[in-house]
Design a protein around this ligand. Sequence first.
Ligand SMILES: Cc1cc2nc3c(=O)[nH]c(=O)nc-3n(C[C@H](O)[C@H](O)[C@H](O)COP(=O)(O)O)c2cc1C
Length: 345
Amino acid sequence: MKYEEVLERAREKMSPVCKVCSVCDGLACGHTMPGPGSKPPGNGANDNYRAWRRIRLNMDTITSVKEIDTSLELFGRTLSLPVLSGPVGSIRRQFHPEDDVSDYNEACLAAAEACNTLHAFGTGLERRVWENAIAGSLAHENRGIPVYNPDSMDQIRAWMDLYENIEKPCESSLVVDSAGLPHYRMMNGAGGPKSVEDIRSLKEYCGTGMMIKGVMNAKAALKALDAGADAIIVSNHGGRVLSDTPATAEVLPEIAEAVHGRMKILVDGGIRSGVDVFKALALGADACLICRPVLISFYGGEKDGVITYLNKIKAELEDTMLMCGAGSLAEIRRDMVRIPEGSLV
Ligand SMILES: Cc1cc2nc3c(=O)[nH]c(=O)nc-3n(C[C@H](O)[C@H](O)[C@H](O)COP(=O)(O)O)c2cc1C
């Protein structure tokens, strides 16, 4: 399946809500929420995208690099590429009459197995979706990372309980950045922000490694570390929870410096190609998540659409590594990219 074909098919199903732009830059969808956009005034997704554009590559082909290896060790596994598909909690007939996020999760889990990577799936709003994703993860070599939203502590533990029969679940993840979304705030104060103690107690309760999604500065990263987190995801939820945060590319270097190798760092937000993945790794990330383009690829070709997209990203990453002199991910260094002075957006 060609990527152009994937986009064409996605357009038939997703428009007019998502325009399926040839590059998903967050401009045409603006502040459409529900939908794929950002919180009003709608600049968040585009800010993330533009920041990666401004970072430049230091091309150098006077090297002895011949073979390119994009594999990495993450959460006790050897993966073939440092890109995971991101969590989508709910789509509820937003784009197409038959929308079901369970189908998205199933396609992403199958694609993750085919491409030897992982898929993060959200608790969303329905228990059925969560149970389907857990079953799907089991059917696909346990390649699903459960992502808990900032519900009440009791509700998060209840989601975790549904996982109790799984022998060795993948690393878990707690999303902290959606704390301000109306449905968590309406829980009489029980949902929303989580303290260092809350995170520590949830990690102990679930008994797996814990990632914190939605870290946007060094101070928050150090709090996650203090809480015992094994990894963080540098993310502003794709601009969907607060306008005018920095772009994730802007904060990644200072977070990587503060963490100093003590936790794994993942990043998402506007990463649209293997070139962007290379830049993220050069700035200190271990791996990336991509969400909206994966959702588009799912609509454009289900499992095969997602595989087409992941393979495209891998090929672009290989090309960038060759052109910048990195034979392996460990060889991608900070001096292979150039960051202009001042704000990136
Ligand atoms: C329709 C939609 C639903 C999302 N639902 C969730 C969710 O339930 N949990 C979560 O942690 N992130 C959710 N996200 C955020 C993404 O996982 C990701 O952090 C964000 O979109 C940035 O990545 P991107 O620019 O590649 O889309 C959602 C994003 C979109 C577009």
